[in-house]
Design a protein around this ligand. Structure first.
Ligand SMILES: NC(=O)c1ccc[n+]([C@@H]2O[C@H](COP(=O)([O-])OP(=O)(O)OC[C@H]3O[C@@H](n4cnc5c(N)ncnc54)[C@H](OP(=O)(O)O)[C@@H]3O)[C@@H](O)[C@H]2O)c1
Length: 225
């Protein structure tokens, strides 16, 4: 395959929300789920997030457990996977955790709508920036580039629009979900898959591979696409 193996991991509420209407990066995962996510990160070559998640959550996207980081080093890898951000206009604050937290290789895919000044500032901080003169980042092309730079196993951690677009383009192999026992509600709160949506005839079919009922009241689900 000329692209990485791609899997989405998301924590959502029982009503499918991945944040509240306030969009402040609400905590949804339980302690056990956070540990599972850390293991997934440690096993990935890269972790991708959409631009809005980058701006609203400022995620660190690093492996939290020292033992897991040590395990990566033992396997001849860097302590953290490559961090990948996608944004039409990459106005990510230069002091954000996405850029600073590491050590990690940081890669941003953007368009020429990002100012030259911002591109220069990102590069001066060691960020690898891929820029194209297009209205939106070409996600198919981006995946080929990621494979070329050594990302064979890519974890996607949202948000809703990025998840949807990747699934719509057939760029997702696997979906893992932690469904927390809570409801956020709100028509404008982000969900697992946002964007324009599909007709019933075009719905993306999933194959359920694993279901676990957890003692914290949550449910863990694994699907193949
Ligand atoms: N619970 C969880 O596990 C979890 C995980 C991650 C995020 N979240 C939440 O999700 C929310 C953010 O989700 P979101 O849907 O608003 O945004 P998002 O999916 O994080 O980001 C979409 C971004 O990708 C950019 N983009 C660039 N090229 C694109 C392309 N070809 N196709 C699609 N997008 C492209 C968009 O830019 P343009 O629109 O300018 O083109 C936009 O900035 C936040 O509230 C965050 O906290 C929750």
């Amino acid at each position: 395959m000329n692209r990485p193996y791609i899997f989405i991991n998301i924590a959502m509420t029982a009503d499918g929300k991945i944040d509240t209407f306030e969009r402040k990066g609400s905590a949804i995962s339980s302690k056990r789920d956070k540990e599972r996510v850390d293991q997934l990160r440690a096993a990935a070559d890269g972790i991708l997030v959409g631009g809005r998640t980058l701006l609203e959550e400022q995620p660190r996207l690093t492996v939290k457990s020292e033992a897991l980081r040590e395990g990566r080093i033992q396997r001849g890898l860097s302590p953290n996977p490559v961090k990948v951000g996608v944004a039409t206009v990459a106005d990510i604050p230069l002091d954000s955790e996405f850029i600073k937290a590491g050590p990690a290789r940081v890669v941003i895919f953007t368009t020429s709508q990002t100012s030259i000044k911002q591109l220069d500032s990102l590069r001066a901080l060691g960020v690898e920036v891929f820029v194209e003169d297009v209205p939106r980042v070409d996600l198919n092309k981006m995946m080929i580039t990621l494979k070329k730079i050594g990302v064979d196993h890519l974890m996607v951690e949202g948000g809703g629009r990025m998840n949807f677009e990747l699934m719509r383009l057939g760029l997702v192999d696997e979906l893992t979900l932690y469904v927390a026992p809570m409801i956020f509600g709100g028509a404008n709160a982000p969900t697992l898959a946002d964007g324009l949506g599909l007709t019933r005839a075009a719905a993306i079919e999933l194959k359920l591979i694993e279901v676990e009922k957890w003692e914290d009241g949550g449910v863990f689900l694994r699907y193949k696409l």
